[in-house]
Design a protein around this ligand. Structure first.
Ligand code: CMX
Length: 133
């Protein structure tokens, strides 16, 4: 598996509409997209910093992954997404080398990317996502 770059860093926020202008001002860049990902029970906003995106995540359901994260840990860095040529292949390789998967195969995520997650219990406490186009 070859990781080309960090595709995005996911940050869990309580209120997306308040967090967008905050990060725009902090990073000196404009939010270029807001999208609801129903499957993941989140509303997302993207800002570009160099070749890396910052993905702000607001939960749309307290029982969703970001809702539970905010309830337990509060706002903060939620996951790191690595760009790979083929997310399903990267998941398979990670499992073969002993990692626990959340997703057995990739599925469609924000911006139409193919995405899949590894369980933080097997990745030193970091929720890792693989993404491919
Ligand atoms: N980063 C690191 N650790 C995390 C975590 C995160 N984002 N979310 C949960 N954990 C930890 C919990 O603290 C818990 O640890 P302890 O057992 O030591 O307390 C452990 O993982 C299990 O957590 P849990 O509360 O029992 O389980 P959840 O039901 O909250 O599920 C997880 C956790 C990671 C399996 C779930 O959040 C998941 O499937 N995530 C992948 C999908 C996702 O996050 N989608 C949102 C983003 C979508 C997008 O980018 O578009």
């Amino acid at each position: 598996m070859q990781v080309s770059h960090i595709e995005h860093i996911g940050i869990a926020v309580k209120n997306l509409d308040e967090s967008i202008p905050y990060f725009e001002q902090l990073l000196g860049t404009k939010c270029y997209a807001v999208e609801e990902v129903r499957d993941q029970k989140v509303r997302t906003a993207f800002l570009m910093v160099g070749q890396t995106k910052i993905e702000l995540l607001e939960s749309t359901d307290p029982e969703g992954p970001v809702g539970k994260f905010i309830e337990k840990k509060g706002e903060g860095i939620h996951h790191i997404a690595f760009a790979v040529p083929d997310a399903s292949e990267a998941l398979k390789e990670a499992e073969e080398s002993g990692n626990m998967l959340i997703d057995k195969a990739s599925r469609k995520g924000a911006e139409g990317l193919n995405i899949g997650f590894l369980h933080p219990k097997s990745t030193r406490g970091v929720l890792v996502e693989f993404c491919s186009k």
